[in-house]
Design a protein around this ligand. Structure first.
Ligand SMILES: *Cc1c(COP(=O)(O)O)cnc(C)c1O
Length: 224
């Protein structure tokens, strides 16, 4: 087996059952993705629309792609029928556009609400009050073509693991709050996407159900 296959198998055997591994294949070649595919892996993360459009026609149909990057509203239409989940939803407007485009294609898109948990201003995401406002305005009830599956967040890029843990705890608190208040009888609101190559073990300890791991599988990236 090559490194990618070994990394995948090792990771899968070391994470608890019930935690979904999203193999982040951004910037990586189709051949690399196929190495993971051949050992049975199916869920991949990408962060750029252009890359999804270019790579995925060359790959098997049963690959499930998660859009994990910031998504511009005018690009939703290009990926709406190619991705399984849009993880980084960070505005009410984007929710509306995803719903509209999904409706046109007669599908229901799984989405995660991205929260801003890091210290960096450059990272995207809602504040809790913004999501409460969306919930309480009732617009989500009108959106029949999106399914809110849970929350997503990215911790600060730092060696301070206490800081990272604190941020993951915050995301889990937001999830619990929303579930108790708005989703208590909706079983599909059940995902907490947090944890990357450097911090997924901490994320799992703090209640992650979905980790997004790139470099620990595919090796370091040259760009973004
Ligand atoms: C690139 C990326 C990852 C994976 O990062 P690694 O450190 O390579 O594991 C996870 N989540 C998001 C949103 C990313 O952009």
């Amino acid at each position: 087996m090559n490194d990618i296959a070994l990394n995948i198998e090792h990771l899968k055997s070391s994470i608890p059952e019930g935690v979904t591994l999203v193999a982040v294949s951004k910037t990586k070649a189709v051949e690399d993705i196929m190495e993971a595919y051949r050992v049975g892996h199916r869920i991949f993360g990408e962060n750029r629309v252009q890359e999804i459009i270019e790579k995925y026609p060359l790959l098997p149909d049963d690959l499930r792609i998660h859009m994990i990057g910031h998504l511009q509203t005018n690009k939703v239409k290009y990926i709406i029928d190619r991705v399984k989940m849009i993880e980084g939803v960070d505005s009410a407007r984007l929710l509306g556009i995803i719903n509209r485009e999904a409706e046109k294609r007669d599908l229901v898109m799984d989405v995660l609400l991205q929260f801003h948990i890091a210290e960096e201003e450059t990272k995207y995401g809602f504040a809790l009050e913004e999501v409460q406002e969306i919930q309480e305005n009732g617009i989500l009830d009108e959106y029949q073509n999106i399914c809110i599956r849970g929350v997503m967040g990215m911790a600060t890029f730092t060696d301070d693991l206490d800081q990272v843990r604190k941020e993951f705890k915050a995301l889990k608190r937001y999830f619990d709050f929303l579930r108790n208040k708005y989703y208590s009888d909706i079983d599909t609101f059940n995902q907490v996407s947090m944890g990357m190559s450097g911090d997924f073990r901490i994320a799992i300890e703090e209640g992650s159900t979905m980790i997004r791991v790139g470099s620990a599988i595919f090796g370091p990236r040259i760009k973004h």
